[in-house]
Ligand binder design. Structure first.
Ligand SMILES: *[C@@H]1O[C@H](CO)[C@@H](O)[C@H](O)[C@H]1NC(C)=O
Ligand SMILES: *[C@@H]1O[C@H](CO)[C@@H](O)[C@H](O)[C@H]1NC(C)=O
Ligand SMILES: *[C@@H]1O[C@H](CO)[C@@H](O)[C@H](O)[C@H]1NC(C)=O
Length: 452
């Protein structure tokens, strides 16, 4: 290399550092953007599905589609039995009152749940916007229903508590005439994108300066139809959140699991091995719905131990865990959802050290009867076990102990006795713990220091 080259390269680097890199509107460039660090450190989020679907509150948030798209008999019957003849989905909007919506109470609850970020549906596939979108005439929460800017109110309350704010946004709208038109044209026209989707996405970013955009509803059309790469290039280069915003991977047909920021892949995606790209698992306390359903049964809900198991598996595999609740049309998060969220928070209060800002360890899971999952942070290795061994002796096969090895149990003071296991790993004697000392029985964390 000629001497001049080094100086030139340094100059180029300096210019890059000062102005920040520029991204072009193609996946090769956009995919190369490093993910802002806050997201991986946050690990735990709460997802909120809220919209007009909370009015019928039956089946799922896909109510309108199941009723008027697929004409499912059960939905036709449901409406015929409960609403006057001639009722349309639009008639539900005034009943979406949000009259008990207390954004600060929600924010306090989410913080108590241990959530470091919250993602709200600003607009689901029904097209109703939870803010006063200028291109969603009379189909938004300011002109009808609550007569409030729900997106703004929740954002303000979350920010008072330093919780990151994510905006869910559906690219498609099931019944929007312009969308149906573009679809009829084989997505060769983009009238819906230019008159609805893009103006709304830009509006959301400029008004609310989100930390995260959780895109959805992409699957019927290619990213070229949605103009996604053009929006993302603006978002990363010139938007007010260019340095901090993260996005997911649902930006057009076949993008999911391949392009974008972090990957969601499918809903409730569970990898079997450690993925090589940052990902997030979204899950829902109500296993059968994301939106609130008044007819849900207790057996259909995740219990606290399944929530903790999902969280631990997800974080061991390098993922974030986004747990959903659907509020009622009045804006109430029903007590059973609150209880589940608070259990999660209580568990994280003791074991959060092994979760927040952790990194996957060289081994993620040990297939023992005790169901042991690993994470790590700096020199510490965390072994999270979900079943307490009957003889109070826990065997860990993967860590290699040394004479300096120290084992502690999070939430319990003092070090634990251990010995080398005759084959490999450690045998750890678990202490007797009075339930009043460590009340959470949903999984325990050992901190191992001085192991390889
Ligand atoms: C997405 O993948 C499917 C199945 O492989 C293929 O038929 C379709 O053409 C792809 N769409 C785009 C936009 O690449
Ligand atoms: C759509 O994408 C094209 C190509 O990247 C770009 O020139 C155009 O400005 C975009 N339009 C909108 C409304 O985003
Ligand atoms: C552990 O068990 C899981 C599920 O039973 C299985 O998919 C995985 O391959 C096993 N891993 C090892 C290392 O045996």
């Amino acid at each position: 290399m000629a001497p001049g080259w080094g100086a030139l390269a340094l100059l180029a680097l300096a210019a890059g550092a000062a102005g920040g890199p520029r991204y072009s509107a193609d996946w090769a460039s956009l995919d190369a953007r490093p993910l802002p660090a806050w997201f991986d450190e946050a690990k735990v989020g709460v997802f909120v599905h809220w919209g007009v679907f909370a009015v019928p509150a039956w089946g799922s948030e896909w109510f309108w589609w199941n009723w008027r798209g697929e004409h499912r008999a059960a939905y036709e019957r449901f409406v015929a039995q409960r609403y006057p003849p001639g009722t349309t989905y639009a008639d539900f909007a005034p009943l979406f009152t949000a009259r008990d919506f207390q954004p600060r109470d929600w924010a306090r609850l989410f913080q108590s749940a241990g959530a470091r970020y919250v993602v709200l549906t600003t607009k689901h596939h029904e097209g109703f916007t939870n803010w006063g979108s200028p291109v969603s005439w009379n189909w938004n929460s300011v002109d009808t229903g609550p007569h409030r800017d729900l997106v703004e109110e929740l954002g303000e309350a979350l920010r008072e508590r330093n919780i990151y704010y994510g905006l869910y946004h559906s690219l498609l709208e099931w019944f929007h005439p312009l969308y149906l038109d573009d679809k009829k044209n084989g997505f060769k026209t983009q009238n819906f994108v230019f008159q609805k989707t893009m103006p709304e996405l830009y509006d959301l970013v400029l008004r609310y300066k989100p930390d995260l955009i959780w895109s959805d509803g992409e699957w019927e059309a290619p990213d070229t139809y949605w103009n996604s790469t053009s929006f993302l290039a603006w978002l990363y280069n010139d938007s007010p959140v260019k340095d901090t915003v993260v996005v997911n991977d649902r930006w057009g047909q076949n993008c999911s699991c391949h392009h974008g920021g972090f990957y969601n892949c499918a809903d409730k995606y569970k990898p079997g091995t450690l993925p090589d790209h940052k990902w997030e698992m979204c899950s829902s306390v109500d296993r059968s719905s994301w939106g609130y359903r008044s007819n849900m049964q207790l057996a259909e809900l995740m219990d606290a131990s399944s929530i903790i198991r999902e969280l631990v598996q997800t974080v061991s595999f390098g993922g974030n865990y986004l747990l959903n609740v659907g509020p009622t049309k009045e804006g109430v998060i029903v007590p059973i959802f609150q209880e589940r969220l608070l259990s999660l928070g209580e568990w994280l209060g003791i074991n959060g050290e092994a979760i927040y800002a952790s990194k996957p360890w060289r081994v993620q899971v040990e297939n023992s009867t005790n169901n042991v999952w690993y994470t790590s942070k700096g020199p510490a290795v965390y072994a999270i076990f979900l079943n307490w061994p009957r003889d109070d002796m826990l065997k860990l096969s993967s860590p290699i102990p040394s004479s300096d090895t120290e084992v502690t149990l999070l939430g319990f003071s003092g070090t634990l006795k251990w010995k080398k296991s005759p084959d490999k790993g450690l045998l750890i004697s678990l202490p007797y713990i009075a339930p009043s000392v460590l009340p959470m029985q949903l999984g325990w964390t050992l901190r191992l220091e001085g192991v390889k």
